[in-house]
Design a protein around this ligand. Structure first.
Ligand SMILES: Cc1cc2nc3c(=O)[nH]c(=O)nc-3n(C[C@H](O)[C@H](O)[C@H](O)COP(=O)(O)O)c2cc1C
Length: 214
């Protein structure tokens, strides 16, 4: 629709979806299968994301084979073990209690890759990272569309990217960005789990906003 305008109810709906989106981990997924048409909608949402020079540098690898999933789980466990060491004392003990992935529990696993263009990309000459930022925009679109469909999505980053590329047989120029776990949920939490557990708090917008420089 040309020059489409949205009304207050549209704005409220968007705000509700933004605020109700949660990172979902293995302790919250249900066994209910995800319909193919919902997966298609989530992928279509990714394809509408903004991208530098309209390069659309994202690629998705669905992981269905349990043997491959097992290798991903092993990579997670190994990486998580060393990640835990970054924290001291009580924080480390709290970290050890957290469920930080849902690889086995989620019915749909998607690895997301960045595939750089072989040709120059408009807008990407001085900031190479904008290619990867574009992939992250696509992931956010997926996260929001999944939530609008009442499907949970969890982002797993506690993985070794080079190992993931090996496990998934990625070509030389494909870079691992994210591992997404999707599925219906037993419950969507109202607030981030890490906020509930007092691991971190939402920042006041004033504390991160500056005028005319820092
Ligand atoms: C780039 C990125 C990587 C993340 N990696 C993980 C992860 O490996 N494990 C995990 O449990 N949560 C992960 N999260 C989820 C965050 O912990 C979560 O977004 C944050 O606590 C706020 O909660 P909410 O998403 O439910 O609002 C990741 C989120 C982002 C954006």
């Amino acid at each position: 629709m040309k020059n489409r305008q949205f009304d207050v109810s549209d704005q409220q709906t968007l705000e509700s979806i933004l605020k109700a989106r949660r990172d979902v981990r293995g302790n919250r997924f249900s066994d209910a299968p995800v319909a193919n048409e919902d997966i298609e909608k989530i992928l279509e949402a990714a394809s509408w994301a903004p991208s530098v020079g309209f390069s659309q540098p994202w690629e998705f690898v669905f992981v269905r084979d349990n043997k491959i999933k097992q290798q991903v789980i092993e990579s997670f466990e190994e990486t998580n073990q060393s990640a835990k060491q970054q924290f001291d004392g009580e924080k480390q003990a709290q970290y050890a209690q957290l469920k930080l992935e849902g690889i086995k529990e989620a019915p749909v696993n998607i690895a997301v890759f960045y595939r750089a263009s072989k040709l120059p990309v408009l807008g990407q000459s001085s900031m190479l990272e904008t290619g990867k930022y574009s992939v992250v925009c696509a992931i956010q679109n997926m996260w929001l569309m999944a939530r609008a469909l009442n499907i949970g999505l969890g982002w797993v980053s506690i993985l070794e990217p080079r190992k993931m590329e090996k496990i998934l047989n990625a070509p030389e120029d494909a870079e691992f960005i994210a591992y997404l776990c999707l599925g219906h949920v037993k419950e969507f939490l109202e607030k981030p789990e890490l906020e509930k557990l007092k691991w971190a708090q939402r920042k006041e917008i004033e504390s991160v906003t500056f005028i005319d420089g820092y």
